[in-house]
Design a protein around this ligand. Structure first.
Ligand code: KG4
Ligand code: ZN
Length: 343
């Protein structure tokens, strides 16, 4: 069994996985309610909450699965990127455990956790990964397309400013919807019409043909429109669902604009095409987005892999799973350090 620990942001999570990727336990203590009054994550509160929840969760994971410490062969912990104080709680805890038990510790890049997460199943062994796949990672802190070949990850693009989840959250906050805003915008927008003329939100592109994302322009334009039309959750009026649907559509549209560009570039390169296209991260829980990527897969005759909803947001199962992909990097626990930024 391998133990996973995740404390990079506002979820404390502990998981136990078998070597074939079967998830025996994946416990998540979410701090959303603690941060909600502040409209975003407060780092100091996050660290304290992790400290309170980490060890009780560990005990529960072992109890729930009837596992003894002797069954744990290695520990995988998120070492970054994330809030440094929050990461340190998980890393220090994992170091103490691994050192005390005399087992190896593997530091995991949080994004690699998300990248492999679509191959985890709710029950049973993990889905075998193809030799090459793309993954569109869409979360609160990141928006990037990755090319994964033989387990080696290459970043194809990134956001030059805001991440997609952050854009959902900031605009939601402006129009008076509670944190985190992504799911709120999705549910408000469910009954709205997409009217690109009424709420014009163009997809930004770079002059240098860069494939990077950029969400700050869409954010600013959406806030301008909300102000102009007096759109606010506290006010009645039919404009809110329409606004949310259009705004969400604009964010999603940009993902597909870049994915199409990436796909075209790879086809023109003459290389073997990726066998699958995956999506991961908190925003991958969005129902409209999930439907769109499935359609995209049908149109391009490529298998689409979406994580189970529990593996979209931050969780330790994906961290333990990434640890299983990196057995060669299992290390002496004393050598592992937390880093708020990686690369
Ligand atoms: O992966 P995650 O839990 O944390 C990071 O590593 O960033 O992602 C959290 C983000 C938040 O911005 C949240 O608003 C967004 O995921 N999110 C959604 C949905 N559910 C969560 N965005 C759009 N639609 C959703 N249904
Ligand atoms: Zn994440």
């Amino acid at each position: 069994m391998i133990l996973g620990i995740e404390t990079s942001c506002d979820e404390t999570s502990v998981a136990l996985l078998e070597r074939d990727g079967t998830v025996r336990a994946n416990l998540i203590a979410s701090q959303i309610e603690r941060h909600r009054p502040f409209g975003g994550v407060v780092p100091e509160i996050a660290s304290r909450e992790h400290l309170q929840h980490l060890f009780p969760l560990l005990t529960r994971a072992l109890d729930d699965t009837g596992t003894s410490w002797n069954d744990v062969e290695g520990v995988a912990v998120t070492a970054g990127p994330g809030l440094i104080g929050a990461l340190l709680v998980g890393v220090a805890g994992a170091q103490g455990l691994a050192y005390g038990l005399g087992i190896p510790l593997v530091p995991i890049n949080h994004l690699e956790g998300h990248i492999f997460s679509p191959y985890l199943q709710k029950s049973g062994a993990a889905i075998p990964m193809p030799r090459r796949f793309l993954n569109v990672v869409v979360s609160g802190g990141h928006s990037s397309i990755y090319d994964v070949r033989g387990g080696l990850v290459t970043m194809l693009n990134r956001t030059r400013d805001d991440a997609i989840g952050e854009t959902f959250d900031k605009v939601a906050k402006f129009i008076g919807l509670p944190y985190p805003g992504g799911p709120q915008i999705e549910s408000e927008g469910r009954h709205g019409a997409i009217d690109r003329d009424r709420f014009p939100l163009p997809v930004p592109r770079f002059k240098d043909e860069s494939l990077d994302f950029s969400y700050s322009g869409t954010k600013a334009a959406a806030i301008r429109l909300a102000r102009q039309y007096g759109i606010h959750a506290g006010r009645d009026g039919a404009a809110l669902p329409d606004f949310c649907a259009t705004f969400q559509d604009a964010l999603i549209e940009q993902l597909f604009d870049r994915l199409n560009a990436v796909w075209t570039r790879i086809s023109e390169s003459g290389e073997d095409m990726p066998a699958e296209v995956a999506m991961a991260g908190g925003v991958a829980a969005n129902g409209v987005l999930r439907e769109r990527i499935r359609q995209w897969g049908d149109e391009h005759h490529v298998t689409v892999r979406l994580p189970e909803t529990v593996y979209c947001g931050d969780n330790a199962a994906m961290i333990a799973f990434a640890g299983l992909q990196k057995e060669s990097e299992w290390a002496d626990p004393r050598r592992v350090t937390a880093r708020s930024r990686i690369r």
